[in-house]
Design a protein around this ligand. Structure first.
Ligand SMILES: Cc1ncc(COP(=O)(O)O)c(C=O)c1O
Length: 474
């Protein structure tokens, strides 16, 4: 590693603060997606004005090594020249046609080649992909109940904003005002990694279940990988009862391996016989694109080929397809190996610094996705994820931010790396970490919640860990 200079920024951020004040008058909470508001860690969200390679630049002129990567999509870093060139060239030809284009056929072919599915339908967001996948599963099976897991996030469709009912097989409750009870009445929420709970539900109402939906490897309660065989078990029990498995690879797809978590799992000797897959994030290269796909006999039921309705004005948008294709074509096996190495180097540095400061923690990985839990106990589901010390994370986060490292502003989110991270960035991270580890140790008593000026927001408020099933989604 070379001698990168570690910046230390003041904890106040006047330009971001002024923008946040203005934004809050105009936009609910000042942001267009909740977790951006820094509610769990407190303080002023940084308003970003530019991204280049491994770095984000904020309105106060500060630079950060980015370990959020737009929550996953920017696997090649910011403004990658080939992605920018592809989008620019596409834009020059027109931004949307409302008619089929060659680019969407190329993107579909790329996804199919990587995943081995038969057909794919392009949409604009992960939320649309999972919502449409569930409609399709219900259309195929002519059943209505779905199983989802606590702590897994699949976007903000009504039926998926559900919290567990009081008993294992009881129907879920709305997890947000505005979600009708009728919308969650067909959802059953179970603890993640809990085979017995899944078996109990199938024993009771197996003939009514259309599908199980699960994150291929959860990254939305922090990173909690499936226990060995869990995904294969889900496919097997679903099929035994005439139900489908929807494997949500919106986060993992094209992030953890060329063909996503399913391909990675198959290569490791555990094939997952899922029926419908959902994708997003990396496949759009930083522009809005997502997809769902599966076997031809299932996908063939979608309109206009079949009766299950699904549509979108901007679906398969030429700019998004260009960005996605340019990104995917650069994501080779070597790239995934390198990303994983980078993730493990950073995870090791974090662990070393926290050990050095005597802070209990765990670093958990799913391929190159990882996250740090401030707890001694194994984290295997949402209940154990919630047992972490969020105040320690908040202090850790702010110390890293002040030293030029941008982490997810919530301890319930995955950290993402890009190919743009090199020795200089690792050096900068390594230098910041001991300070952040000491801050975390001091905060463990709960005394320090934020270094930011008092009066704006305090850390811990709005935490996904405070009993809610619904996380502060991206
Ligand atoms: C696994 C998973 N599914 C679905 C979604 C929803 O995607 P979007 O935010 O594009 O609607 C997300 C978003 O983070 C996700 O992580």
């Amino acid at each position: 590693m070379s001698g990168a200079v570690t910046p230390t920024y003041p904890t106040d951020a006047p330009a971001s603060s002024a923008l946040f004040d203005r934004a809050r008058a105009l936009v609910p909470g000042g942001v267009n997606s909740p977790v951006r508001a820094f509610r769990q860690v407190g303080g002023t969200p940084r308003f970003m004005v530019r991204g280049e390679g491994a770095y984000l630049y904020d309105a106060d002129g500060r630079r950060y090594v980015d370990l959020v990567c737009s929550w996953g999509p920017l696997i090649l870093g910011h403004a990658h020249p080939e992605v920018v060139a592809a989008v620019t060239a596409a834009a020059a030809q027109g931004t949307s046609f409302g008619a089929p284009t060659p680019a969407e056929v190329d993107l579909a072919a790329e996804i199919i080649e990587r995943t081995g599915i038969d057909q794919v339908r392009l949409v604009n967001s992960g939320t649309e992909a999972t919502m449409s996948a569930i409609r399709l599963a219900r259309g195929v099976t002519r059943r209505s109940k779905i199983i989802k897991f606590s702590g897994c996030y699949h976007g903000h469709a009504d039926g998926l904003l559900a919290a567990a009912g009081s008993g294992v097989a009881t129907l879920a409750l709305p997890d947000s005002p505005g979600v009708p009870a009728a919308a969650t009445r067909e959802t059953i929420v179970l603890p993640y990694n809990d085979r017995a709970a899944v078996e109990a539900v199938f024993a009771e109402v197996g003939d009514q279940i259309a599908a199980i939906i699960t994150e291929a490897a959860p990254g939305n309660m922090g990173v909690v990988p499936p226990e060995p065989g869990f995904n294969a078990f889900l496919a097997e029990i679903a099929h035994r009862h005439g139900a489908l498995l929807i494997l949500d690879e919106v986060m993992t797809g094209f992030r953890v391996a060329r063909g996503g978590w399913a391909a990675r799992s198959a290569a490791a000797g555990e094939p997952i016989d899922a029926d419908i897959y959902t994708f997003g994030k990396v496949m759009g290269g930083g522009l809005p694109a997502a997809a769902f796909g599966g076997r031809a006999e299932i996908m063939g039921l979608l309109a206009p080929a079949g009766p299950v309705y699904q549509a979108g004005t901007l679906s398969g948008n030429p700019l998004a397809c260009a960005a996605g294709l340019a990104t995917l074509r650069l994501c080779t096996d070597e790239v995934y190996a390198r990303l994983e190495e980078t993730a493990h180097v950073i995870g090791g540095l974090v662990s070393g610094a926290l050990h050095g400061a005597g802070v209990p923690h765990r670093v958990q990985y799913a391929g190159s996705m990882f996250s740090v839990f401030f707890t001694d106990e194994p984290v295997t589901d949402y209940a154990t994820a919630k047992a972490q010390d969020v105040a320690a994370f908040a202090a850790f986060f702010h110390e890293m931010l002040a030293r030029g490292v941008y982490l997810p502003p919530s301890s319930f989110e995955a950290w993402f790396v890009s190919t743009a991270i090199g020795d200089d960035e690792l050096d900068l991270i390594a230098k910041a970490l001991p300070h952040a580890a000491v801050a975390a140790r001091r905060a463990r008593s709960g005394a320090i919640v934020s270094k930011e000026p008092a009066g704006r927001e305090s850390a811990g408020r709005g935490s996904a860990g405070e009993g809610a099933e619904r996380k502060e989604s991206l």
